[in-house]
Design a protein. Structure first.
Length: 273
């Protein structure tokens, strides 16, 4: 390689690095600003910095925020469990026992990815109320959020199971293992990282969701609905505190996943032969 070519390569690397840094600044500056403003006494113009914890004190002292957080947590955990269970069973069934309709079924499970959350919320409200007889409550919100959660969980679990060696299950059943025992002792120890990842993604989606949960909860508060309702009175410091804590929760989950993967405790790659 000539000196001129090496210089051109180095120049392109620097340009790409600068562009990547600018992209990260563009994406994360709003989050950084929200966190900074949540500690500021003046959220209108929080410069020069004058820090306080009063916004967080107000959040923790208000019972409405407590109830909203618990409701969001219940919806997130419930939807995560339902979504992961359905998606796991669907992926195993479609890959282990293929049918002529498999392509159609794949499209059916992935179709909620291309539907607006507003439409999912409204249609879930009508279906839950008129067909299932579920009024606006946490159960109907969990079921509605699971519609979107199943699609994401299905895609995550499929990415690992598509390369899974089903001969390991066949060998276990040859030696007398029943299907349920085969799943618990052979399949699950291999694919559990993807199941865990699917649960985390579906949990975060349901925890932070407004459109789907809003139409299926009635007057039951969640953190997104409380934050949205508070906007009628303008941007208050409590909203910045809620946003900062929500972002902290999400980043903590992903940081924990990163540490687990770096230490080798958690592996999302294919581990078969």
């Amino acid at each position: 390689m000539t000196a001129k070519a090496l210089e051109g390569t180095a120049y392109r690397k620097w340009v790409m690095m600068v562009a990547l840094c600018l992209l990260y600044v563009f994406l994360y500056s709003p989050i950084a600003y929200v966190v900074y403003a949540s500690f500021s006494k003046d959220i209108v113009w929080p410069f020069p910095p004058d820090f306080t914890l009063q916004a967080y004190v107000n959040v923790f002292d208000d019972s409405l925020y407590h109830d909203a957080f618990l409701n969001s947590l219940k919806i997130g955990i419930g939807s995560g469990i339902v979504s992961t269970a359905i998606a796991t069973a669907a992926v195993i069934g479609l890959l282990r026992y293929p049918t002529r309709m498999r392509t159609v079924l794949f499209i059916v499970f992935l179709s909620p990815l291309f539907v607006a959350e507003l439409l999912i919320g409204i249609s879930s409200l009508a279906f839950n109320a008129r067909v299932l007889g579920l009024s606006g409550n946490l159960l109907s919100a969990i079921a509605a959020n699971a519609v979107e959660g199943v699609a994401f969980s299905f895609l995550i679990i499929l990415s690992q199971l598509v390369r899974y060696d089903w001969q390991m299950d066949d060998a276990a059943m040859v030696f007398g293992a029943r299907p349920l025992r085969c799943f618990w002792e052979v399949t699950l120890p291999t694919i559990w990282p993807s199941i865990f990842g699917a649960f985390l993604i579906s949990f975060i989606l349901a925890f932070n969701n407004l459109e789907i949960s809003f139409y299926n909860l009635g007057a039951i508060p969640t953190l997104p609905s409380v934050a949205w309702g508070s906007l009628r009175f303008g941007l208050g410091p409590e909203l910045f505190a809620i946003a900062a804590m929500t972002n902290a929760l999400v980043f903590t989950i992903f940081a924990a996943m990163y540490v687990l993967m770096r230490t080798g405790i958690l592996k999302f790659g294919y581990r078969g032969t």
